[in-house]
Write a protein that binds this ligand. Sequence first.
Ligand code: ADP
Ligand code: UDP
Length: 238
Amino acid sequence: MEKKALLYEGKAKKVYMTDEENKLIVSYKDDATAFNGAKKGVIEAKGIVNNRLSNYFMKMLETKGIPTHFIEELNDRETVVEKVTIIPLEVIVRNFAAGSLSKRLGLEEGTRLNKTVLEYSYKNDELGDPMINDYHIFALDIATKEELDMIEAYAFRINEALTAHLEEVNIELIDFKVEFGKTSKGQIILADEISPDTCRFWDAITNKKLDKDRFRRNLGDVEDAYQEVMNRLLVHDN
Ligand code: ADP
Ligand code: UDP
């Protein structure tokens, strides 16, 4: 497969066309941003860890019947994925209160939620990714009722599979964000990435944060935390 023109450069990844119409190459960068791009930095080797981890999780989810964009890992930082039209929604699933939910509802971080919470943000940098509900989604023609039902069902199944898998390596899945897209055949599949950039991972025993909050909040040990998640999963599999 041949890498062709750069299609898009985002905050964390570059996306390239290929000589095959329905395939893209995603290249993970070490660049880190937070607060809608207001805080910028570099997390050494983050691109390598996130590429590996995201592929690891997507492969695991495929075995649980969740269709994903993953096709083939090319090298440390690059992966071939199925090209989709991204549905402009950040689908957020929360098991424990943290981050913006804690602020909004005055809940202490780490409070277990009695029921899993599903939220949507409209993926639009200019507007700062505002939170929206299903009425907005239908009013703006972002997805149909059938598509949203499918997205919701996948999001809960992803949560169950990831939570159970991470429990085995003593990591609590606090919350996460996923994106879905539509293939050329109209199928909805999981796209983008699943990594410490897009999830909150806490050590189940010490509650140490093993995710991007270390960067957002200047907690130090950022590189080690990303590596730690990867190492635990690799040890688990051997
Ligand atoms: P951002 O756009 O938020 O800065 P990234 O740096 O992660 O994010 O850029 C990657 C972009 O590629 C995102 O906009 C994401 O929605 C998009 N994307 C992820 N997977 C696919 C895919 N399979 N097909 C098309 N676009 C994708
Ligand atoms: N998240 C993300 N991208 C975003 C916003 C949130 O990946 O643009 C993830 C974030 O890492 C966390 C979850 O979604 O795992 C919930 O984030 P929250 O709404 O609490 O926002 P934050 O505190 O990150 O601003």
